[in-house]
Design a protein around this ligand. Structure first.
Ligand SMILES: Cc1cc2nc3c(=O)[nH]c(=O)nc-3n(C[C@H](O)[C@H](O)[C@H](O)COP(=O)(O)O)c2cc1C
Length: 219
């Protein structure tokens, strides 16, 4: 043996740092504490629905039509008027500064480099204007209706002025029943808090509602 790896196939040789989702998960888990990882990777309750959903996706099968005459597959597509290098958007996820100090600012730059678009959550760790200025791909703003009507309309105005193309309204319980996080006594308070609510931003009452969840919901 010479100690040299014998190479019978070059298909695995690449300079990319990450080649699989598995590799990304592994590296993320290595860089995060267990508590941070549980915030990133946690469904609600006993996570039965999360596991069911994952299993449902696993049941999709790709049938590869061999000899179909497609020699160079192209993942580029257009969604909602955006040209994408592959059909994906950055999902909106809040409290992201737990994972990286530059949060959605860095995510926007990465999405731009990858040729995809970014959905920005109202619960981001940075002001929506700063995220819009950080890249050219912060195009969809996700928000949920908290606070009073004027505050919601004000927030929408800010989103429009900042240059977002779409607003995605979602409805979900803000304080989800995430049991691993409860066991960890997890709190993002003390980290970079939510940047889009509170004094001098939008409606202070909305911040209270977001965190304390005592106010009646909109109907
Ligand atoms: C840490 C974390 C924070 C999230 N925050 C938000 C949020 O603020 N707004 C939102 O609409 N969805 C939020 N989500 C949901 C994600 O956008 C996404 O829908 C969910 O993670 C499922 O996609 P996945 O299977 O690719 O993780 C969050 C998810 C995680 C893991």
């Amino acid at each position: 043996m010479t100690g040299k790896t014998s190479r019978i196939d070059d298909r695995y040789a690449t300079n990319e740092k990450y080649t699989t989702l598995r590799g990304i998960y592994r590296d993320a888990q290595r860089h995060l504490s267990e508590v941070e990882w549980n915030y990133l990777w946690c469904g609600t309750g006993d996570e039965v629905t999360l596991n069911d959903n994952t299993a449902a996706f696993d049941r999709y099968r790709f049938i590869t039509p061999l000899f179909a005459g497609i020699d160079n597959p192209d993942t580029r597509t257009n969604v909602l008027g955006f040209d994408l290098s592959f059909p994906a958007f950055i999902a909106p996820f809040g409290g992201e500064a737990v994972f990286h100090p530059d949060g959605h600012l860095a995510i926007g730059r990465a999405a731009e480099a990858a040729g995809i678009q970014q959905m920005v959550p109202v619960a981001a760790s940075f002001p929506l204007e700063d995220i819009a200025a950080a890249s050219s791909v912060a195009s969809i703003f996700q928000m949920t209706f908290v606070g009073d009507e004027d505050a919601v309309v004000d927030l929408m105005e800010r989103v429009k002025i900042a240059g977002y193309k779409y607003i995605c309204i979602t409805y979900s319980p803000i304080r989800q029943w995430r049991e691993r996080m409860m066991e960890d006594r997890f709190s993002i308070r003390g980290e970079r808090g939510p940047a889009n609510f509170g004094p001098g931003r939008s409606d202070p009452a909305a911040l209270v509602e977001l965190l304390e969840f005592k106010q009646p919901r909109w109907n």
